[in-house]
Write a protein that binds this ligand. Structure first.
Ligand SMILES: [Zn+2]
Length: 439
């Protein structure tokens, strides 16, 4: 009889939640990993007999890592700086003035490192960024070992690092060249919104992204003000303007989509664009409540996001899972509106598919990249464990994550960061925050 096969890592749990169609849950399960990819998923006893692992992790629930489909990682620096005001006032009076003064590559690196620490510690293995200095963000993400979809922000007025949109396009070119074959980093172009870009600029951005072969991100129909102004200025809703300018297309990630009509949603479906739902940010900014159940029923691609830490105010994607499951029940007075498993699917497989990474991540099955997190269920609020998806949607917090693995590499283990120095990062952020507060 041949001896056991070597493997790099064996992750065992009381339950393995694969998020695949055929075999969603395996009691006393395990996942074997080699060269960054999953090589087997099955009963713990079987895999323990079959493999001789170089390393092992153990916990309660083993599941795909969470995919955060919208955010501005560097904005952790402005967490709590200006709360409790509408989006437009918040942007004009707090965010944009602070960013003009403090958004340097060094500060973006610092804020992004803090964001990544928070995301890895709460089980997020992929994040989507829409911000400035994306070359720096890519370096910090690669160093920390987290998967990222970069998005150089394209805005129709001078912003940090980009005096005009041609410079933003050139930076997107450089990013696409740098990260063409990178195992962790992918590139998109992030057009900010219909209220910060002219139709010609939107069209130019869409054409540029098509030439580069990268997906687009854009904020869409986030507030009633955005929609009303767009109708008044252009005679169209934001999705209509985006369809007209070529921005809505297969793979386009529309952040928010809070205020869309049936025909707007139909436009997204026809073009193949999807929505990143950010309910916590929408509620905090008083923007409204996205129609999670209606969007699910429409069949368009959907994922969950946190948005930036300045409008959430944390990057714990489990809050978005819970809101995605609860809000439709409350607003529609329908407890069956979005089941727990569906909300968990949005945060994992749904998000991976929305970002165009569905072939590589989002489920635990042989052949996929090994991006996963492990929940410690040894806690009062997670006892008893009848249904893992119920715990995940309604009871888990980010702090229940005990291990996080990205591309087969444990980057957060026994609740400790292995790839970044959190105390040093926090000290540097607190020092900078004193300057930001006094300005
Ligand atoms: Zn945003």
């Amino acid at each position: 009889m041949p001896g056991p096969e070597p493997c790099d890592l064996l992750v065992r749990g009381d339950v393995v939640l694969t998020m695949t169609d055929g075999l969603p849950e395996i009691a006393d399960g395990a996942v074997a990993v080699t060269d960054g990819r999953i090589v087997a998923v099955g009963a713990s006893n079987d895999l323990a007999a079959r493999f001789d692992p170089a390393d092992e992790l153990v916990g309660g629930i083993v599941m795909p890592g969470l995919v955060n489909t919208h955010g501005h990682a560097g904005m952790t620096l402005y967490r709590g700086l200006g709360d409790d005001m509408p989006l437009e006032r918040w942007l004009h009076e707090f965010v944009w003035p602070a960013e003009q003064r403090f958004t340097t590559p060094e500060n973006v690196a610092l804020g992004t490192r803090l964001a990544i620490a928070e995301m890895l510690a709460s089980g997020t293995t992929t994040f989507t960024d829409m911000y400035f200095f994306q070359a720096t963000v890519g370096e910090v993400a690669a160093e920390a070992g987290i998967r990222a979809l970069l998005g150089q922000a394209v805005i129709g007025f001078p912003v940090p690092g980009c005096p005009d949109i041609e410079t933003s396009f050139r930076k997107a070119d450089e990013l696409a060249a740098t990260y063409r074959d990178h195992p962790l980093i992918d590139v998109s172009m992030a057009l900010h919104a219909v209220y910060t870009l002219s139709p010609d600029q939107l069209r130019a951005g869409a054409e540029h992204a098509a030439r580069l072969g990268v997906p687009l991100q854009i904020h869409v129909s986030e507030t009633t003000t955005e929609v009303a102004n767009c109708r008044e200025t252009h005679g169209m809703s934001p999705p209509e303007l985006l369809a007209e300018t070529g921005v809505l297309r297969a793979g386009t990630i529309c952040a928010h989509g809070v205020h869309m009509t049936e025909s707007d949603i139909a436009l997204l479906r026809e073009t193949g664009a999807g929505v990143s739902l950010n309910p916590e940010s929408n509620m905090k900014l008083g923007s409204g409540i996205p129609d999670v159940a209606g969007l699910l029923a429409s069949g368009i691609g959907l994922g969950l996001g946190t948005d930036g830490a300045a409008s959430n105010n944390d990057l714990d994607l489990w809050d978005s899972v819970r809101l995605a499951a609860l809000l439709p029940k409350g607003t529609g007075m329908d407890p069956e509106a979005v089941p727990a498993a569906e909300a968990v699917r949005l945060a994992t497989r749904g998000g991976a598919e929305l970002l165009g990474l569905g072939d590589e991540i989002g489920t635990l099955e042989p052949g996929k990249r090994a991006d996963l997190c492990v929940i410690d269920t040894d806690a009062a609020h997670l006892t008893p464990a009848y249904h893992p998806t119920s715990l995940l949607a309604y009871a888990v917090h980010g702090s229940d994550v005990v291990h996080t693995v990205v591309d087969g590499r444990p980057v957060y283990r026994d609740r400790r960061h292995l790839t970044l120095d959190l105390p040093a990062t926090r000290a540097a952020v607190n020092k900078l925050a004193r300057d930001i507060a006094s300005a």
